[in-house]
Design a protein around this ligand. Sequence first.
Ligand SMILES: C[S@@+](CC[C@H](N)C(=O)[O-])C[C@H]1O[C@@H](n2cnc3c(N)ncnc32)[C@H](O)[C@@H]1O
Length: 193
Amino acid sequence: MSENKSKYGNMIDLLQLQKQFILNHLGEGDVAVDFTMGNGHDTEFLSKTVGKNGHVYAFDVQEQALASTAENLERAGCEHNYTLILDSHHHVKKYVEGPIRAGMFNLGYLPGSDKKITTMRETTMPAIEAAVDLLDHGGVLLVAVYPGHAEGDAEGKMVLDYFATLDRHVICCTLIRIVNSPSSPFFIVVEKK
Ligand SMILES: C[S@@+](CC[C@H](N)C(=O)[O-])C[C@H]1O[C@@H](n2cnc3c(N)ncnc32)[C@H](O)[C@@H]1O
């Protein structure tokens, strides 16, 4: 099965599709940020895409996420081109000067955790605003939302309202959503001109 095919054959796989948008903008030597490190699958993808001359900054508020990511990145044979940061993503500007070429937000819970810690509107919003600010011309942000629980649903509405206010001559915000499955994850691709 080709890497771009989902378990349902030729049907669209949103996780794979996300990566295509990132690959349109990000390459060897670039700087990227994983705003929600979790188990580090996105960090790994970004690290491999920017290669040994690039750099990836990854944030999470759970020590468990940093430990699991560090182990995954070693196992995957990634270059040591990353900085794993135990802090909330809304403090990104304390660590990253910018501009950044790509940023990924995969909102919600750490997969496999007790679900006590999830991304929250009060920190997600300033983090997204900081990411838009740090984004280079020609760069991309990807924000994946999981509306299947109350905070995720509210977070999704907040994020969509915010992106709808941005000037389309400066930044283009595209929504990718399964229209006949409103509680399924969706994502927004944010491209700065
Ligand atoms: C859906 S998971 C991310 C999955 C991850 N991208 C992966 O590849 O495994 C969301 C993560 O965001 C983290 N998180 C929650 N609040 C955060 C915050 N304020 N700053 C940074 N990370 C946060 C959670 O601890 C959780 O690990």
